[in-house]
Ligand binder design. Structure first.
Ligand code: GLA
Length: 670
């Protein structure tokens, strides 16, 4: 079903979990498996943290327990998503080789006793881990129950940036490869500044903490290097698996609001199936919109094709300041939102709630309180729904709008010295996405430079770092008739974090028809008024139009009288620019206008007061309209077909009860 050389084949939509049987005595395992069957679980990730069990002493393997558990799962018809077991090194390895411990930016080590205590550049760690992955692949590579390889776990979650000497040596090798000679590196990093010029490669280190702010070019390259280093680690394990087994290989990404260290655009091609872990983040204003964003971005990484939600939660996590359970129906709404946005697998962390260890207060499919619980009943209900949605697998999400997203811009925007620390890259992205989301418009998230020809509307929020050729893809697409919206701080620096001169927005400037002279950030909490009645925050700038029309200007604040929203006719299209961050309702109104101009429509017409999501997945014989009602009142949606959960036929209008999800099979592909 997935478009790789080694497709992950599954009957319908996979439903599963992480399972850590090593935390339990074997007499619990049979009960676990019986309950998995009751819930409809058919894909189970095991051996994620298996190393200390599989290799209790160097070179001494003990596969007995793993043989046993794989055998039991197989006998029950449950497929295995087999971890290589390398996510966390065993104590003996760390004791023998303390140099594998990662180093923080202040030069202190991070020790054993948590997890992921390894340096991504450590040859000792890599060799030991690949040896274990190979041993696991030798033993289980053609086991009929093994459906998927799960390399390590959330690679880079805690150890992405290591500042040790081994990492420095590897960073230098990476830099030599990239720049060839020191002059090129000195130019790229702008080391003429503050006497930073390098005259020998060995002078270059990882960007450990310095008395003043650090070199932004070095920081940016260190991010790139660190992402590449972890990818090369993944490849080393994946190669060991692929040379021994025909089973598809993946690892679980963390496309989420608080992890930015991996540039997954460069990782995606190495996955036989893209997989993501996502947890609702109660610290955000609109966690559900962020969930939808993460799902859309994961689909982008899968080039629009199906992907697997490898982990999410049935309730509270344990790593936020306040860990909230989900509201009634939340498990279904969240899971099916991922499915609506392209997931062909829905899995949880974890199966049975731990009673010991750091995650004992993390929710699970089987809670501490057992099966007589709302969570368990909802899990069983979800399993039943997933079963009914089998025919949806393989269909593709339909979108007329794209949003350009870049990890490089995320890194460059967050540099230590910037015009305002009051907002980050992701806030800009989320604000734009939330406006689209609230309007019920489906969005593909694409990389800078991606082909835009299938879209009508493209939003470019805060694309701070941009190469001329990437900008040209957008401006050429607009010239050919597209409607594009670029927002402030976009086009500010090139790939070396060097300012595009001649007026901010650099390579977008001419198409936008504006000349931005000066940034004028606004105090947090102090609104600015726009001439069209909108309120905005955090940013303004002093600019004038060259060829654009002013749609709204700043009434007050540091840029009073200057353009805030502009529209330029560029070729056959329209190039819009937004020089501030409008309040949510005003952002929505602006995006609604652009969508209207561009002829973009929501997947269906809905009538109701609360928040909802509408997404259409298109298959070969039918399309599937997903309706997620986040509100408490019924929602009416104009559509016709058969509802897959209830089996009801819908003649012209589906009524979706408050908090419910409905999926309509629309017979004639629309
Ligand atoms: C990640 C990890 C899991 C677990 C969960 C908790 O997703 O992969 O091992 O720690 O977080 O939310």
């Amino acid at each position: 079903m997935f478009g790789s050389a080694r497709p992950f084949e599954h009957d319908g939509i996979a439903f599963g979990c992480d399972y850590n049987p090593e935390q339990w005595a074997p007499d619990v395992w049979d009960e676990d498996i019986a309950l998995m069957i009751e819930a409809g679980v058919d894909l189970v990730a095991i051996n994620i943290f298996g190393w200390a069990h599989l290799e209790p002493r160097e070179g001494e393997y003990d596969f007995q327990a793993l043989d046993d558990i794989i055998g039991r799962l197989d006998a029950a018809g449950i497929r295995v998503n087999l971890g290589t077991g390398t996510a966390s090194p065993p104590a003996w390895l760390v004791r023998a080789h303390p140099e594998i411990l990662p180093m923080a930016e202040d030069g202190t080590r991070r020790y054993f006793g948590g997890r992921q205590s390894w340096c991504p550049s450590s040859p000792v760690f890599r060799e030991a881990a690949v040896r274990l992955a190979a041993a696991v692949a030798d033993r289980y590579g053609d086991h009929p129950a093994v459906a998927l390889w799960h390399v390590s776990n959330e690679i880079g979650c805690h150890n992405a940036l290591c500042y040790c000497d081994e990492s420095a040596a590897s960073f230098r090798r990476w830099l030599r490869e990239k720049y060839g000679d020191l002059d090129a590196l000195n130019r790229a990093w702008g080391t003429a500044f503050w006497s930073q010029a390098y005259s020998a490669w060995d002078e270059i280190g990882t960007p450990r903490l310095t008395p003043a702010t650090r070199n932004p070019g070095q920081m940016l390259d260190f991010h790139r290097f660190s992402s590449d280093e972890l990818l090369s680690y993944y490849r080393a394990e994946a190669d060991a698996l692929r040379s021994r087994s025909a089973v598809p290989v993946t690892t679980n990404f963390m496309v989420t609001a608080h992890i930015d260290d991996m540039d997954y655009w460069s990782w995606a091609d190495d996955m036989d199936v893209v997989a993501n872990d996502h947890y609702l983040d109660g610290r955000l204003d609109d966690p559900e919109a962020e969930l939808a964003f993460a799902a859309d971005l994961t689909r982008g990484l899968a080039s629009g094709g199906p992907w697997i939600l490898m982990e999410h939660s049935t309730g509270a996590v344990n790593w936020q300041p306040l860990n909230k359970p989900k509201s009634a129906g939340g498990i279904l709404r969240n899971s099916l939102t991922h499915v609506a946005r392209g997931a062909d697998g829905v899995c949880f962390f974890q199966w049975r709630a731990s009673v010991q260890g750091s995650e004992k207060f993390h929710s699970a499919m089987l809670p501490h309180a057992g099966t007589d619980t709302a969570v368990w009943r909802e899990v069983v209900q979800l399993g039943d729904v997933i079963e009914r949605l089998g025919e949806v697998a393989g269909s593709r999400v339909d979108a007329q709008t794209a949003l350009i997203f870049s990890w490089e811009s995320w890194w460059a925007t967050q540099n230590e010295s910037r015009p305002s620390s009051a907002f980050g890259y992701l806030e800009q992205v989320h604000a734009a996405y939330s406006a689209l989301h609230a309007l019920g418009l489906t969005v593909d998230i694409v990389a800078p430079g991606a082909d835009l020809s299938r879209y009508r509307l493209v939003i470019v929020p805060g694309l701070h770092l941009v190469r001329a050729e990437e900008a040209a893809v957008l401006t050429d697409w607009i010239a050919a008739g597209g409607t594009g919206l670029v927002t402030f701080f976009s086009g500010t620096v090139d790939e070396h974090d060097r300012v595009w001169t001649g007026g901010y927005t650099g390579p977008f400037r001419e198409a936008l028809g504006i000349h931005v002279e000066e940034f004028a950030p606004v105090e947090p909490g102090v609104p600015v008024q726009l001439s069209n009645g909108a309120t905005a925050h955090l940013w303004s700038e002093r600019s004038r139009v060259t060829t654009a029309d002013v749609e709204a200007s700043f009434v007050d604040g540091p840029s009073a009288g200057r353009p805030a929203v502009t529209r330029n006719t560029w070729g056959r299209g329209a190039a819009w620019y937004l020089a501030t961050l409008p309040a949510a309702a005003d952002y929505r109104a602006l995006v609604a206008r652009l969508a209207r101009d561009a002829g973009v429509r929501a997947p269906a017409v809905a009538h109701g007061d609360g928040a909802f999501e509408l997404v259409r997945r298109r298959g070969t014989d039918a399309s599937y309209l997903f309706i997620v009602n986040h509100g408490s009142e019924p929602l009416l949606v104009e559509c016709a077909g058969t509802e897959l959960i209830t089996g009801a036929s819908v003649a012209a209008c589906a009524e979706v009860p408050g908090g419910a999800v409905r999926i309509i099979r629309e017979e004639a592909a629309r």
